[in-house]
Design a protein around this ligand. Sequence first.
Ligand SMILES: [Zn+2]
Length: 319
Amino acid sequence: MAKVRYTYNEETCRYEPVVISPKVAGRKLLLFLGISFLIGVAGLIYFNSRYPLIDETLQASKNDKLKTEWKVLYKQLERTSSQLSTLEQNDDNNYRVILDLEPLAESQREAGVGGREKESESIPYPLIRTAYERAEKIKNRLDIEAQSLQQLMNELTNKEKMWASRPAIQPVSNKDLTHLHTIFGLRLHPLLGYVRPHNGLDFTAPAGSPVYATGDGRVEYAQFSTSYGNVVYIDHGYQFETRYAHLTKFIVTKGQRVKRGQVIGYVGNTGLSVSAHLHYEVLYKNNPINPINFFQRDLNNKEYEKLIEVGSMSASSLD
Ligand SMILES: [Zn+2]
């Protein structure tokens, strides 16, 4: 049975039962329900903060795993960047020095870096964006380095061709170093009877001894001349030319390509010459220069000194 509450009525001087109107009862019920709802929500928030839902727990675990993987990836990017730096330094400080090339300027190495910043701006995740930008910079540096290495390869090929082309051996066999008769410079001409520049070297050798091309090149002239006799000119490119005079005969023709060490003719005594020998010239930019400095493939320092000594003994040339 419901408990009845009484209140004292001063007008009637009596205790009378309290009558609750439906309106008041409804208001009290609403108040009760409101407070209950608020307590429920507060409890739920508290519970959720202390004990996340299973989905959230899984998501957090996935996030931790992704962060760990991102760190591994980023370390890998850093390592790649460091290896690339080593390659760039070797390129600038070693390979380019050997090939007489200037190191790449900083501005050249930085070319293209940052060109895709706008693209990365659309990535909403900061960590991913950072890694993306790092990878892009490495890729750009790698592109520049690949171009640089290609340039080095081209230069190396060119240098190899140049080194093969430059005169670098003696034009006749001279193992005992006794065959150099006359060196470069002013010498008395044996037939003309006066001193004049001797623009090459005279090597004594029996007539018929083989004469060798001293570098790779192309025969630009092979015929008889009054002063040189049978003579061969070889164009080596890079503004170098060699001449081989007073030959008994030559065995090459104009336009023919020859290799260093290839026999091009034989020692003789044709033209303005007093005995069988080879007159050998080296020209650079059409000017005769001293051939004695172009035997680096044949001679060490001691042999070089001996050759000069032997060649200096004669006061006159043989042509
Ligand atoms: Zn000579």
